[in-house]
Design a protein around this ligand. Structure first.
Ligand code: NAD
Ligand code: UGA
Length: 459
């Protein structure tokens, strides 16, 4: 089962590389290659300055790179030699033609399938690691079987559930690994080979097997459920602000019921990240495709509440600051879509920044890891934008601070020092509910948190 194998991963992104690095660490007997069409990214993976920040990743990459983990742009020979190929290319929302703005754009995935077919000289297991619409494996098999060669391709679905910022921990100790296969003898044999690979470090009872369509659909549904919890608590936060209830207390009271659970009930400025929105849009699209419009509307509501929440946050800022932000300086504490990553894809901070600029505010952005991406996200927007590494410098001269990412560093700042350097009255809008609001209020801030009564200094 565990004879040395050549494993290839196509796509050296947030999922492909961390996953392969962890496999390489636990399977020294296997040789693992990660390829990408982006030569700059591959050069970075081969350098001391990795293209993404993910806690614990650098240490593993440096330990296994050049031993049994290799990065390359030379895709054809890598395909030829591989026994198992993971496909981990991006599957963004389609921006053109039929399904634009909703369906998954499968062009990168399909190009990969065709490349595998073109360069293969022996039979292989193909593993869908990317998040794909249910029934994609069928399309994959049709492409791979089109050439009528004696080469056999067994397609498996093995979606990834890691979250950014905790990717290595999630890969090392997954809640579950899901492997879907065709229920033929060949499909089940291929499945067992992938199970054996994971068994190198994942307990067998955590490896779930299923039919291939269940596996593909489960990935979309898992993200939809997680996002649905956030939208549920965010919808409740709006009601808390009107009624004097406190969303943290409500979340605790509800989440301590073990049938509900405490996780993913933190009210916020809105969820971001590259996947929740695109995967729910895809789920909505698939439901509509099958004529299931009520189901589609249900999941679409999760996205509508998320947009409402971010917009509500901005309107709260505007309303609290006397209905004008014109020429006011606002420090954005955090730009990444969550803590412990430099990733800003679909970050609510992008929308907040854009809306504040429309109100003619001057914005100063600070973030420990995401300033480079923030610059790219806001390039082309007109308005006054500054980027600062140091939160104290970012807040100096500001009228307000908006906390948009739950970085630990923002909890421990000297807010008396910050307040002293701000314009008065000074406002703080905690879009992540991470600060000590009564303490900030005592210092002299007007404090607005999500789903809580404001603590103001006004009579
Ligand atoms: P990414 O954009 O970080 O990486 C994808 C990589 O694939 C890019 O570097 C791109 O250049 C490369 N690529 C595209 N076409 C290629 C081709 N033909 N040949 C070789 N390389 C090619 O994306 P990601 O965040 O790693 O996501 C990959 C997939 O995993 C998506 O389907 C996503 O939904 C899913 N996923 C992502 C996460 C996450 O936390 N980011 C978690 C679980 C699942
Ligand atoms: C999410 C899922 O958690 C992963 O299981 C999945 O593999 C991944 O999407 C994917 O398919 O890409 P990720 O987007 O990296 O992972 O991060 P999350 O921790 O899920 O956070 C997503 C967003 O929700 C962040 O903006 C976060 O701040 C926000 N969030 C999270 C809240 O607003 N409240 C919460 O209680 C939890």
């Amino acid at each position: 089962m565990n004879a040395p194998k050549k494993i290839l991963c196509i796509g050296a992104g947030y999922v492909g590389t961390p996953t392969m690095a962890v496999i390489a660490r636990h399977c020294p007997q296997h040789r693992i290659t990660v390829v990408d069409i982006n030569a700059e990214k591959i050069a970075q993976w081969n350098s001391d300055s990795l293209p993404i920040f993910e806690p614990g990743l650098e240490e593993i990459v440096k330990a296994v790179r050049g031993k049994n983990l290799f990065f390359s742009t030379d895709i054809p020979p890598a395909i030829r030699e591989a026994d198992i190929i993971f496909v981990s290319v991006n599957t963004p929302t389609k921006q053109f033609g039929a399904g634009a703005g909703m369906a998954a754009d499968l062009q990168y995935w399909e190009k990969t399938a065709r490349q595998i077919l073109e360069h293969s000289k022996s039979s292989k297991i193909i593993v869908e690691k990317s998040t794909l619409p249910v029934k994609t494996a069928q399309a994959m098999e049709r492409i791979l079987d089109a050439a009528e060669t004696p080469i056999r391709f067994d397609v498996l679905s093995n979606p990834e559930f890691l979250a950014e910022g905790t990717a290595i921990e999630d890969l090392e100790h997954p809640d579950r690994v899901l492997i879907g296969s065709q229920e033929t003898s060949e499909g089940l044999a291929a499945r067992d080979r992938l199970v054996a690979l994971y068994e190198n470090w994942v307990p067998r009872e955590r490896i779930i097997t299923s039919n291939i369509w269940s596996s593909e659909l489960s990935k979309l549904v898992a993200n939809a459920f997680l996002a649905q919890r956030i939208s549920s608590i965010n919808a409740v936060s709006a009601l808390c602000e009107k009624t004097g209830a406190d969303v943290t207390e409500v979340a605790l009271a509800v989440g301590t019921d073990h049938r509900v659970g405490r996780h993913f009930l933190n009210a916020s400025v809105g969820f971001g990240g590259s996947c929740f929105k695109k995967d729910i849009l895809n789920l909505v699209y698939i439901c509509r495709h099958y004529g299931l419009h009520e189901a589609a509307d249900y999941w679409n509501g999760v996205l509508r509440i998320n947009e409402y929440q971010t917009e509500r946050f901005v309107l709260n800022m505007l309303g609290s600051m006397h209905n004008t932000l014109s020429d006011k300086q606002i420090a954005l504490f955090g730009f990444a879509f969550k803590a412990n990553t430099g990733d800003t894809r679909e970050s609510p901070a992008i929308l907040v920044a854009r809306r504040l600029l429309e109100e003619k505010a001057r914005i100063v952005i600070t973030d420990p890891k995401a300033l480079e991406n923030a610059r790219k996200d806001l390039a082309g927007l007109s308005g006054r934008i500054r980027f600062e590494n140091d939160p104290y410098t970012a807040a100096a001269g500001a009228d307000a601070i908006a906390v948009l990412t739950e970085w630990d560093v923002y909890r421990g700042l000297d807010y008396a020092r910050i307040l002293a350097a701000m314009n008065k009255p000074a406002f703080i809008f905690d879009g992540r509910n991470i600060l000590d609001h009564p303490a900030l209020h005592r210092l002299g801030f007007n404090v607005y948190a999500v789903g809580k009564a404001p603590l103001t200094r006004f009579g």
